[in-house]
Design a protein. Structure first.
Length: 260
């Protein structure tokens, strides 16, 4: 069974690593887009076309399930991609973990990119799942980009700015960008003691496995990991190796199988 994961940068790594840990026999195709990253500022129609074209390449290489471990891709292109691929190829999207945070916390901060923070999508999630809670939407300017670059100073500066914008009495912080779990330890260390962090990687990985099991097809694979960089055969960027998830996956990368 081959699973294709699509994100412009390193945001796919937490979900991909969790899939690897939960079901190591799965073959994973990691489809990144360094030539056009980040996707957040791009027009919606451009993102939709880019995601569909990337998914088509993955399916042509044998992917039977597609995962969008990226909020921008999920918000903008998930419905379109499902319509394009039909029911034969399940597509799993990402939802910020506002619901589980609201189940146990009254005062919540949602850290996300500027585009996601300003989106109607996030506002609806807060309205639907955190009604009656005090929710602060915090735009973490530059944090995802700094993670993609492997810029430690940039990461620290962006986290410091986000902490300064976060009310000091919050009980939980939702990591509303899939890049942010890669620096969860740094975020936790910068927040007041006792603040809980919530991210979506575990839930997305487990939903992917549920969709795989519903296919009732042979799920065995070789555990291979291949990488596509804007449609070119490649390997994980050096910045991925700064993170546990990146090191785990980099040690498994085999000869790439995706071509233009």
């Amino acid at each position: 069974m081959i699973v294709g994961l699509i994100d412009s940068g390193l945001g796919m790594l937490p979900t991909a690593a969790r899939l690897r840990e939960l079901r190591p026999e799965l073959d994973l195709i990691l489809l990144m887009d360094p030539d056009q990253a980040p996707w957040g500022p791009k027009p919606d129609e451009w993102v939709i076309r880019r995601v569909i074209d990337t998914a088509d390449r993955a399916v042509a290489s044998g992917a039977e399930v597609i995962v969008l471990p990226c909020n921008t891709a999920s918000v903008t292109a998930l419905t379109h991609l499902r319509a394009h691929l039909g029911t034969a190829v399940p597509v799993v999207g990402t939802v910020p973990a506002i619901k589980p945070a609201a189940a146990v916390s009254d005062r919540i901060a949602v850290w996300a990119t500027a585009a996601t923070t300003a989106s109607a999508y996030q506002a609806r999630l807060i309205e639907d799942f955190a009604a009656g809670r005090t929710v602060s939407a915090i735009a973490c300017h530059g944090l995802a980009d700094a993670i993609d670059r492997g810029d430690g100073h940039g990461v620290s500066d962006a986290i410091s700015a986000a902490v300064a914008a976060t009310p000091p009495d919050v009980e939980a912080v939702v990591l509303g960008c899939t890049h942010y779990p890669l620096v969860a330890h740094e975020i936790a260390a910068a927040l007041p003691p006792g603040v809980a962090l919530f991210d979506s990687a575990e839930a997305v990985a487990r939903q992917t496995l549920r969709r795989i099991d519903l296919l009732e097809r042979p799920a065995m694979g070789s555990g291979a990991v291949t990488v596509s960089l804007s449609g070119r055969d490649g390997s994980l960027p050096a910045s991925a190796l700064a993170h546990r998830e990146g090191r785990l996956l980099a040690g498994l990368v085999e000869a790439p199988s995706i071509h233009r």
